[in-house]
Design a protein around this ligand. Structure first.
Ligand code: ZN
Length: 358
């Protein structure tokens, strides 16, 4: 994972400020230029005192005065998560501080969530949750989905090829890398999900009701919007409440009942109206860039609204469809001069992705 130039390195010998790119491999790699790599073992990294909003680090194997400074909150949280001994030389700052304690804002947000459960605090905290932690939650939620929907993955060869083609077109246009995982689940319920950590599921019940690839592309783009905005993580913090936060602070969560409870709420809870609008805007933007009609997704959702007797598990329960959402989607100007996303044969194959073989 290479992440821009948000980190600054001082080598401890000169006072020159070096912009470095960080890569989280087996060790932390700091790169100023492509041929010059400094490696820090995560276990050797320690926190140094620094101004608020900056994670300042030293390394036991580096010159004593060498410092790495990270200002980007998400990156800092991700790195802090990997450094188990980050606070070993700072008495009384184990555990809590190791993950998010570097930021006063994060700590006050946690306290606010625990005391008041305010969504605002969840909004502030979501971007600070380490990606490694999100992925663990995503994995448990995945098991929860399998349990609730009794679902197996659909991936017959032709259907999977068509699905991959459609996903890649949307994903690349949305500017996301291949760490996003997608799959079709064999359940008649018409729904689609984005899980923390970058997993998107489309249920076969939604595919069955779709009439063209644009409708599914619009839904995929909408779900990617939720991923980019970290809405699932935000919901998880809000709904999982205290148990989630205690897990976040102490890292002792695997297999706990609290985790299962929180991830179950992830599957059954709704996104806020604002989150839906933002994901719609993201979808409209992606569809525009693909040269495909953004309102196709609205037409699919409208079709689901009309026929679904039990809406409790459908896409409409997790992505509430309001009048203004429909109005916004259908008022978007048609621009469908781009090439079709799938051929007729590929679309037929995708629709049949849950058949035994094709
Ligand atoms: Zn949504």
């Amino acid at each position: 994972m290479a992440i821009g130039d948000a980190a600054v390195y001082f080598d401890g010998k000169t006072n020159r400020r070096r912009l470095v790119t960080l890569t989280f491999g087996d060790r932390l790699e700091l790169r100023e230029t492509s041929d010059q790599v400094i490696e820090w073992g995560y276990a050797d990294i320690r926190r140094a005192d620094g101004p608020s909003g900056v994670l300042r680090l030293t390394c036991l194997t580096a010159p004593t005065l060498a410092r790495l400074e990270i200002r980007d909150a998400a990156m800092a949280a991700d790195l802090a998560w990997r450094c188990a001994q980050l606070d070993d030389n700072v008495p009384g700052r184990h555990g809590v501080a190791a993950i998010v304690g570097w930021s006063l804002a994060a700590v006050s947000s946690i306290v606010a969530v625990i005391l008041f459960g305010v969504p605002l605090a969840a909004d502030r905290l979501a971007p600070l949750v380490p990606q490694a932690f999100e992925r663990r939650f995503g994995d448990v939620a995945e098991g929860q989905i399998a349990a609730m929907f009794g679902a197996r993955l659909c991936n017959n060869a032709l259907g999977q090829a068509a699905f991959t083609k459609l996903v890649n077109a949307v994903r690349e246009t949305a500017g996301l890398d291949t760490s996003v995982e997608t799959a079709v689940l064999a359940t008649p319920i018409p729904n689609a999900f984005a899980l923390p950590g970058g997993k998107v599921y489309v249920f076969n019940g939604l595919l069955a009701r779709a009439q063209n690839p644009d409708e599914i592309a619009g839904v995929l783009a909408h779900e990617l919007g939720h991923l980019v905005h970290r809405d699932a993580t935000r919901n998880l913090i809000y709904n999982g409440g205290t148990s989630f936060l205690i897990g976040l602070l102490f890292g002792d969560i695997t297999g706990s009942g609290a985790l299962v409870f929180a991830s179950r709420s992830l599957v059954t809870s709704s996104y806020s109206r604002q989150a839906e609008q933002n994901a719609d805007t993201f979808s409209v933007d992606v569809m525009h860039r693909l040269g495909r009609p953004p309102k196709a997704m609205g037409e699919l959702l409208f079709r689901v609204t009309g026929k679904e007797v039990d809406k409790s598990l459908s896409i409409l329960s997790s992505h509430p469809l309001t009048e203004d959402r429909l109005a916004r989607m259908s008022s978007v100007e048609q621009t469908s001069d781009g090439p079709p996303l799938l051929t007729a044969a590929e679309w037929a194959a995708l629709k049949a992705i849950c058949s035994p073989q094709n």
